[in-house]
Design a protein around this ligand. Structure first.
Ligand code: ADE
Ligand code: ZN
Length: 333
């Protein structure tokens, strides 16, 4: 039986990769516009490539398709398409990941990326009713010196860039390799988050907390394997940005019914629901909430708690958090 559809609650999206919002149709349109042909003959063939065995197999396609992003307008179009979809799914504030090294590494200047995304984000509130800012992720499977060199280059974009994160292939690339990059980011007053405990072990979550000083953990689902870590996350109310459809698509969990979100909430963790790479994993934010709530039988109070958690876990100023929390209360009395 399909679960009943509930309207989306006002929510903050805290874990979405802008490159992961590149829908196949837009990928083909940009490939044509920029004369950067894809190796897939048509949309159907491309869609058949969206079956993943693990994180690495997904990353191959994800990086391959980023090649169509060339000009500031491409990045504006990408962000604009995300904002439209996010607004329709109840998102009122988004802290969006970007992977600059995936673009500079193929000759697209940093300015092109930030100018293009910045143009869409600057008018997001007015045009779509949501605020948006960027979190720059370091690619953990590349030389940490590249990350260290990137930090001072973010200075001209501080209206847009609020923090740094760590993503890409996790296993074998532990957080502590980026200790210096995170220290530099802290000196710049940037917020700090990191992917940890998606495919990697609980030890990576410990080192993200203790060595990188992260304020939120992205994914963190494998934390449940370590009771002492669960106690730490609960006692300090460290937010975890959980991405249910991603976890199933990348086979971190077998299916939604087995998703650890239920256990995370029961353990008193500050978990939020997010979309990760929605163009690849079958849904945007509300699609994730609706699917996992249906599979785990989350009741109305738990759904409200997820929406509240998202604003509490955001990097918004206190007054904005209060305003959004009041909107959640009004929508889910
Ligand atoms: N980059 C884009 N999506 C990612 C994910 N789920 N994990 C790590 N790196 C990513
Ligand atoms: Zn992610």
């Amino acid at each position: 039986m399909t679960p009943p559809q509930s309207p989306p609650l006002p929510t903050a999206e805290l874990h979405v990769h802008i490159e992961g919002t590149l829908e196949p149709e837009l990928a083909f349109a940009l490939a044509g516009r920029n004369r950067t042909p894809l190796r897939h003959a048509d949309l159907d063939e491309l869609r058949r490539a969206y079956a993943f065995a693990d994180l690495q197999s997904f990353l191959h396609l994800y990086y391959e398709l980023t090649a169509v992003l060339q000009t500031p307008q491409d990045f504006t179009d990408l962000a604009e398409a995300y904002l439209v979809r996010a607004a329709a799914q109840g998102v009122r504030h988004a802290e969006v990941f970007v992977d600059p090294q995936a673009h500079t590494g193929r000759g697209v200047p940093l300015e092109v990326v930030f100018e293009g995304l910045g143009a869409a984000f600057a008018t997001a509130e007015q045009r779509h009713g949501l605020s948006a800012s960027l979190i720059v992720c370091f690619l953990r499977d590349r030389d940490p010196a590249e990350a260290e060199a990137l930090v001072p280059r973010l200075r001209p974009y501080r209206d847009l860039v609020i923090g740094v994160g760590l993503d890409s292939a996790e296993v074998g690339h532990p957080p502590e390799l980026f200790e210096r990059a995170y220290a530099l980011a802290a000196d710049e007053g940037l917020h700090r988050v990191a992917h940890a405990g998606e495919e990697g072990p609980p030890a990576y979550v410990w080192s993200a907390l203790d060595i990188l000083g992260v304020e939120r953990v992205d994914h963190g689902i494998r934390s449940l394997e370590d009771p002492a870590l669960v106690a730490r996350l609960r006692d300090q109310q460290v937010p975890l940005t959980v991405c249910p459809l991603s976890n199933v698509a990348l086979r971190c969990v077998p299916d939604l019914a087995a998703h650890p979100l239920r256990r995370m909430l029961d353990a008193g963790l500050l978990a939020t629901v997010n979309s990760d790479d929605p163009a690849y994993f079958g849904g945007y934010l509300h699609d994730n909430t609706e699917s996992v709530a249906g599979a785990l039988g989350l009741h109305a109070g738990e759904r409200r708690r997820l929406a509240e958690n998202s604003f509490r876990a955001s990097f918004l100023p206190a007054a904005d958090k209060e305003r959004h929390l009041a909107a959640v209360a009004a929508a889910a009395p």
